[in-house]
Ligand binder design. Structure first.
Ligand code: FE
Length: 233
């Protein structure tokens, strides 16, 4: 088997929120898809270890926010690499309460979809929840939705181990071009610091070598310090 075939599948990048009775959580998901149009239904694949999984099971409802291309890595890191059991991931994030009572993330979202769970499938590590759509709307007609390819290629993002598309430690990595400035990888989340790109979210201009980053600079995805980075390769 050549697992590279999986990289040819296209996805988006979404925040899935759920909960009830004053306790809510959200997480990044890339596996959200429309299943039927009459009636409109969507499905989402969620890791059983994730706190959001507990919330969807208990409440039977979820909301999906479709992120825009310009979503900062700090926000993706907050929802994708931190655990809602440790921090309130929705604190300080622009949300509004939807028809289902679940907070919808409106910040950096081009559109949202709210659903009630009408079916689920046990997929081993993950559960696929099938949701009947109860509300949806476009929030920003001018913004481009972020694709998973854009997240990887342009933003330098990686998949956490709990993602359905995680490929393991042996997954193919882009080679560091010969003669170019050395790139550094975050050992916590896999984010790649590329001096040619800098860190636009952190106001680090392109052309800044890793060594020249300020001592208090942190990984734009997971918040780890410089000491958690290792030279690529
Ligand atoms: Fe990181």
């Amino acid at each position: 088997m050549n697992n590279g075939a999986f990289y040819k599948l296209s996805y988006g990048l979404y925040v899935v929120t759920s909960g009830g009775e004053g306790k809510f959580n959200g997480q990044i998901a890339n596996t959200v898809f429309q299943v039927t149009s009459e009636p409109p239904a969507v499905a989402v694949s969620i890791n059983k270890q994730n706190y959001t999984h507990e919330h969807i099971l208990a409440s039977g409802r979820f909301a999906v926010s479709i992120l825009e291309e310009t979503t900062p890595m700090t926000m993706i890191g907050r929802f994708g690499f931190k655990c809602g059991r440790d921090i309130d991931k929705l604190e300080g994030i622009g949300t509004r309460i939807g028809k289902t009572g679940v907070p919808i993330v409106t910040e950096h979202a081009v559109a949202f979809i709210e659903a009630e769970v009408v079916g689920q499938m046990d997929c081993g590590t993950h559960t696929i929840f099938l949701g009947r759509v109860v509300e949806c709307d476009v929030l920003d007609t001018g913004a481009e939705p972020m694709t998973y390819a854009y997240y990887h290629k342009v933003k330098g993002g990686k998949a956490p181990k709990t993602a359905p598309t995680y490929q393991g430690e042996g997954s193919p990595k882009p080679a560091s071009p010969a003669g170019k400035a050395v790139r550094y990888t975050c050992t916590v989340c896999g984010y790649l610091y590329d001096p040619e790109k800098g860190d636009p979210d952190g106001k680090v201009p392109p052309g800044t070598p890793f060594e020249a980053l300020p001592a208090d600079w942190t990984c734009p995805v997971c918040g780890a310090g410089k000491d958690k980075f290792v030279k690529e390769g």
